[in-house]
Design a protein around this ligand. Sequence first.
Ligand SMILES: O=P(O)(O)OC[C@H]1O[C@H](OP(=O)(O)OP(=O)(O)O)[C@H](O)[C@@H]1O
Ligand code: HPA
Ligand SMILES: [Mg+2]
Length: 176
Amino acid sequence: MTTKDPNRLPHEKGFHISWDQIHRDSRALAWRLDGLGPDEGHWRAVVAITRGGMAPAMIVARELDIRTVDTISVKSYHSGGGKADQRREAEVLKSPDADMMGDGTGILIVDDLVDSGKTLELVRDLYPKAHLATVYAKPQGEPQVDTFITGVSQDTWIFFPWDMALQYVEPYRGTD
Ligand SMILES: O=P(O)(O)OC[C@H]1O[C@H](OP(=O)(O)OP(=O)(O)O)[C@H](O)[C@@H]1O
Ligand code: HPA
Ligand SMILES: [Mg+2]
């Protein structure tokens, strides 16, 4: 979903995440997952859900010294005719290596956030034994995620640093 999506909920609040913050929170996620893998605490691989999961997945893989990293590309969209019967759907555009994945045992699948939970629901159907981890989670998606760091309310829109740019703002009192 993008901020241009006309079907987006009107979000009351904005939660702006800096590069420094996502780095710290992704590290915290890694530390929480350390030693929880099924093979004497080890994870076999990290899989990033593109694109938002790629930066957190890189940081997690680095912290946990995991060299095997793959991606799954999931596109979510609204289906149905009228606004009332629109549902969120998700489809896989690119799969990770099937031999490596198996049923997901020992695989850490990382995304930046879970919102409605549709993306993770699809991923869990495909890899039921994988561990699903996100940095941020909204209440509706929480049942789909095994580990997350920070919860935010459903009416909050999270702004990630890769979607933003520094820009000039007028002083509070204006200029002469
Ligand atoms: O829980 P959900 O309601 O499914 O939403 C969460 C997903 O939405 C965003 O990705 P998006 O599909 O916008 O693509 P992107 O990562 O390429 O920006 C976000 O990065 C999650 O992957
Ligand atoms: O709060 C959000 N921020 C950015 N992308 C998203 N995709 C779903 N929810 C969000
Ligand atoms: Mg995403």
